[in-house]
Design a protein around this ligand. Structure first.
Ligand code: SAM
Length: 388
């Protein structure tokens, strides 16, 4: 398994990640103002083993406009933080908007599960940055929970993207009619639905998390047969539940049967969100993410999606690793191959390629991220959408 680097003089820490809000500032501006006097270090490891609150900074190599700082770095009193020039956001949580790679010319964007809005404001920054037409990139931010939608609206104001984003407070994404305007004009969707949160780590408990099963060693043939059966049963049961429209949450914190039941219920809900997104007639790009480390909510949902009639009917496929934006293509941690192998019964899809297309983040490792999963789906003009 993956253990914190034994050669490190100090235990591994979780860095403080700050995204520069390019709607209000630039990386260069921040390096010269908020981070003036910080020593810029080339490797993330120097941050991970450094003294807390040392003034050191690492510019991330995968996601643009993202910096890592020593864990105890106190920035919450800075003007940059209070005014929304920098936003605290874990590196992994920056992957979906970056991977989605939406362009204003694709049509509007829809963030289906938006609050508190970290990914919405990031998406707004990415879109505005890629706008060469001088037009107004538009985002719909949908949030079912009215209280959380209030936080979302505040966050959008702070990040200065209220001219780009329209909040649909109290709106259930599953109740939107994709065929009706303005939804029929949506070109890209960011899906970050509720999950078990298995990958979320507090700043101090990074050594107590369980790692994804792909990183475990010592699966014998019997264990692997058992897993294959479980994955196939899961896919079927998730798909059945998604069709029935079962509501998501079964409360449980234990790791026993009720935990599996809860994961399957969440996965069925996540699958419904994805299948609904497939029905948007002019959509051409979708990102799907969770902060869970469990294959049930990640690779298995992706596999169930690929096996669905909706994917076939509307021409959706996974965005392959080679087609991904540079920083995501070069990100080394990919999907759970074993889960993908177990989930493929008919041999029509390549398990290795599916796993490669999936992006994972391991909690509490030298990458300094939370546990996370993201994959993207695409379709080409001849496969579905009519808008150009
Ligand atoms: N994307 C957010 C961010 O980066 O800040 C985090 C999203 S959180 C994981 C999931 C959110 O989806 C919750 O706020 C939840 O209330 C909302 N949600 C769950 N089901 C929904 C649905 N059917 N329609 C709209 N929002 C939903």
């Amino acid at each position: 398994g993956i253990v914190p680097n034994a050669a490190s003089p100090k235990p591994m820490q979780h860095p403080r990640w700050a995204r520069i809000n390019t709607l209000k500032s630039t990386l260069d501006d921040q390096l010269q103002t908020t981070f003036a006097g910080f020593e810029i270090v080339d490797s993330l490891e120097q941050i991970l083993v450094g003294e807390s609150a040392n003034k050191i900074l690492h510019v991330d190599k995968h996601v643009p406009d993202l910096v890592a700082l020593a864990p105890g770095t106190e920035l919450s009193k800075t003007a940059a933080y209070r005014k929304g020039l920098i936003i605290f956001q874990d590196k992994a949580s920056c992957f979906p908007a970056y991977l989605l790679d939406a362009k204003p010319e694709y049509g509007t964007c829809l963030d289906a599960c938006a609050a508190p809005g970290n990914k919405t404001t990031h998406l707004a920054a990415v879109l505005k940055g890629s706008d060469t037409t001088g037009g107004k990139p538009r985002i719909w931010a949908c949030e079912r929970d009215k209280v959380r939608a209030g936080i979302l609206t505040a966050m959008i104001g702070l990040a200065a993207c209220q001219d780009i984003v329209t909040v649909k407070a109290g709106q259930d994404f599953l109740l939107l009619n994709p065929e009706q305007k303005p939804w029929s004009e949506v070109g890209s969707l960011l899906l970050d639905p509720s999950c078990s949160g298995g990958g979320i780590i507090g700043r101090d408990d990074i050594h107590s998390v369980t790692l994804p099963s792909s990183t475990e060693k010592g699966h014998g043939p019997a264990k692997s047969r058992k897993r294959k059966r479980k994955v196939q049963t899961d896919i079927k049961s998730i798909a059945d539940k998604a069709r029935e429209g079962t509501q998501e949450v079964v409360e449980s914190d234990d790791r026993g049967d009720r935990f599996s039941e809860r994961l399957r219920a969440l996965a069925a809900f996540q699958l419904r969100i994805l299948l609904h997104a497939f029905r948007f007639p002019n959509a051409r790009r979708i990102s799907y993410s969770t902060c869970s480390i469990h294959a049930e909510e990640n690779e298995i949902v992706v596999l169930a999606t690929l096996k669905s009639n909706e994917a076939k009917q509307h021409g959706w496929r996974l965005l392959g690793r080679d087609e991904q934006i540079s920083g995501m293509k070069s990100w080394p941690i990919r999907g759970d191959v074993q889960a993908c192998q177990a989930g493929i019964a008919d041999g029509s899809l390549g398990a290795a390629q599916i796993a490669e297309a999936c992006i994972r983040c391991r909690p509490g490792t030298e990458e300094g991220t939370q546990g996370f999963f993201v994959a993207a789906f695409v379709r080409n003009a001849h496969e579905g959408f009519t808008h150009s």
